[in-house]
Design a protein around this ligand. Sequence first.
Ligand code: PMT
Length: 317
Amino acid sequence: MSSISGLVEDEISSFFESSPPLKNKEEVVAKLNQFIELNSSRQGEKRRIVCVTSGGTTVPLEQRCVRYIDNFSSGNRGAASTENFVKAGYAVIFLYRRGTCQPYCRSLPDDPFLECFEFPDAKNIRVRESHSEAVKMAVMDQQAAVGEGRLLKLPFSTIYEYLQMLREMATALKDVGPCSMFYLAAAVSDFYVPWNSMTEHKIQSGSGPLDIRLAQVPKMISILRSNWAPKAFCVSFKLETDSKILIEKATKALQKYKVHAVVANELSTRKEEVVVVSSSGNVVVRRDSDKPESIVEDNLIRLIVDRHSTYIKENHT
Ligand code: PMT
């Protein structure tokens, strides 16, 4: 378990103290507790629970937000990983950026709702023949996962919402101990405009060039590991655009935050391969290029589940 310095702890406290409170906090906490309770007491069997974070956080520039800073993340990694975790028997809390890729929607067209249907006549609507298999599979798989209480989807948009929800989630999962996992694939903003120094109304363009000072968002992995959920298995991600520094940065993150594995990926090849960096060495994980349907997450989640199983055995109480 890692310990964090008083300075980092102060930065984290002041981030939360100055954040606008989560609007639907009671609802989020109630859903979380219900989901965890359901999956912790299934006929005496304790199901593993993973929190998958997905998509990018926004950084608002105005309190009554008109403009914000965003990032590229599509949410593909998180959505595909969620499907594989459900397949492996996990209950998944999918913490995702509104509007990004959803589990079971990969084989649907980009605008599923508008593209999937046709009107044979004024009174009827039906799924287009060309999409019917994909839509059927997506609807069945999604409804089975939700119906069996194995998928809880919670949306966020801003960095403030994401970090407060992550904290609620970690606190709620604390008692699940080693059977819980954090799989932090979301692209989290490193810089933000503190709420107190943010203008309330829309920034006026007539005032000339815009000068904004961005503060550093404290790295929350440290407190997640040391205080929020110290017994959970924790997988973080490292994204770089320069492959020459990727493994070195991932190795540093592994040591600094004392996570159990860091998934290192380079922006342009992230759908083909990743490297899982851990204390037992580095493993390159690729998609099966001879199978057109194969995605890197099929093999990645197999490896992560395997590592989690070993961790549970070693930490069995
Ligand atoms: O969504 P896709 O288009 O499919 O792309 C997937 C992905 C490339 C976004 C994903 O695979 C990925 O790499 N996600 C993490 C990207 C990222 O934020 O990397 P980072 O180097 O900025 O952060 C490293 C880790 O620190 C992350 O696990 C993050 O959760 C954590 N972090 C970051 C900022 C912060 N203030 N606190 C944190 O704890």
